[in-house]
Structure formats: structure tokens, C-alpha cells
Design a protein around this ligand. Sequence first.
Ligand code: SD4
Length: 328
Amino acid sequence: MTSVPSGPRIASTWSFSALGNRSAWASLAAGGDPMDAVLEACRVAEEDPAVDSVGFGGLPDAAGRVTLDGCVMRSPAECGSACGLRRHLHPARVARWVMERTAHVMLVGEAADAFARAQGEPERELVSPEARAKWERWRAGALESGGDAAAQARDRALRPVDTGVPGAGALFGQHARAERRWHAHDTIGSLAVGADGRLAGACSTSGTPWKVPGRVGDSPIIGHGLYVDPEAGAATATGTGELIMGVCGSFLAVEELRRGATPLEAARAVVERIGHSYRIEPHHQTAFVVMGRDGAVGAAALRTGFLVAVQDASGERLEPPGFTLRAD
Ligand code: SD4
């Protein structure tokens, strides 16, 4: 897939992001800030309890607590990150406040929640009743299997999504079905180009379900889950963070752009590097969305079942990646 550039565009991971793209589009199309657009895409996913990997509805860690991670980036000199939030729903927005209102890049844990509160972000419960029920079922299984939480996490990552789940699944029918195998491995990564050619990106996640408490994945780490350099382009990642972090996945994609690769070639190069660098296990999936300086979009995935939600002047669509490393 390589979209032809033509003015403002927003591209986000997974079909559930189409709702957020749509909500962001009017302002982006009217010349709005691409940072506002990517944060709007994240906000919609974060507030949707049907999205079980981002925000409210996100699946808890092994201790039953939801922790949220996010980051934003305009350029190497303008980026921010918030990790391990337990009382605030919008980690990407908190990351923006870190970027704009502090001299730092990354805040973590209790102190990041306190910072969010000081910025006027409302506090709220992050564990949805559905997520809690899933965690209780998972914990019961983990206890039965002798407390092997790691094995349980791997098994659950392969469990298909119930066909009755409302929200993205119901809205996007067959596309969402194609993603079901990986329902526990998704994150919103959103990239946008504005009418003036400015780029911005944001990433938001609840991380991997049943993770060891304290675990942070790629999503809120600049260069891993997201990287934006106005001189080269932008990239964002979704999937198994542990595969992305060892190769600095999003940074690597943008460096490929800098060397002259197309967005698709850049995304493909990173997925191939991951395939080369790791022993790929059945529960692994990862995918990259890459945007050139001109707004052209390309994507690649380790496995089938990934879609990119794109919105621009020609409308909204769900696009499969232009390259998939493995057929299994
Ligand atoms: C992470 N990439 O924390 C994120 C979220 C995800 O399966 O996709 N988890 O690793």
C-alpha cells in the first residue's frame, strides 16, 4: 500500500482507529494542527471501552491494574511521553503537556499521574467492568495452571475476539474479523500531515494484557513506538513491544526514509530486521505505519491480520499492509 499524497492526511493503526480519524478530519482538512488530529484519534480510542488495548477498556496487568502509556512527537526537539498512568485516561495528551509544559521528555508512574492532575486532567477509574471480568477469568486460569502467568499471557494473545463484541468489530465487519487473531496486540499509533506540510504523531496503549506490573513497552518510548523528524518523515508501531524495542523500530523506519526509501520500503525493512533479529513465536505480531514528508503512507506487518485506517481528501478507507513477512 502506498497512498498518493494530496494535502492533509491521517493514518492510524487498526480499523478501530477509523472512528478517531473521522473525528479528527474536519479540523485537519481545514488547516488544523496535525498534533491536534493525532491526539483526537487517540482520544476516541482511549474513551471507547470496546477497544481492549487502549485507554478505558484496556486489559490490566497481572495484578489487575490498568496502566496507560503514550507519547507524542513533532520533531527530535519536540517530543513528550507519559508512562504507567493509573488514574488518567489520556496518556498521549498528558505526553503533550510534558512536551509543552516541562523541560523534560518522559514522566513515569505515580509522579506522572500527579503531573497530569496538576495540568487539569480529570482523574478516573481505568479498569472497565469488562476488562476486570476478563482479568478475573485469566487469573483463575493462571492459578489453575500453577501460576504460569507468562504462558497464560501467550495463550490469551491468540484467543479470538468474541463475535458479539460491539464497537470496531461490529462497525467494520469483515475487516475487524481479519484482525481478531491479534485482538490483544494492538495500540493506537497515529500519524498526520497538515495542510502546511507539518507532521505529527501520537501513540497510546495499555500495553500487553496480564503484563508483569511495571512493564513498559515500545509505545511511549521515542524512537520505538513513534518517531517523527520533519526532515525525513514519521513512523509508528503496534504489536509486541519486546520485538520493537530491540531494533528501535520507529527510529529505524525514519532513518530508512532519510536514506531514500519509500514509506513501504522503510516499513518493510524494519519488519524484515525484526524477523532476522528474533525467534518469532506464535503469539508475536508487530506492524509499522510510515509516512513520508509528503504524506505518502506505507505499512508492513510481521503477520497477516493488520489494517491501517487512512483518511484524506479522497475519503476514509482501511488498507492492508503493502508487505507481510509471514503467512502464518
Ligand atoms: C506494547 N506495543 O506495550 C504495545 C502495545 C501492544 O500488545 O501492542 N501490545 O508492547
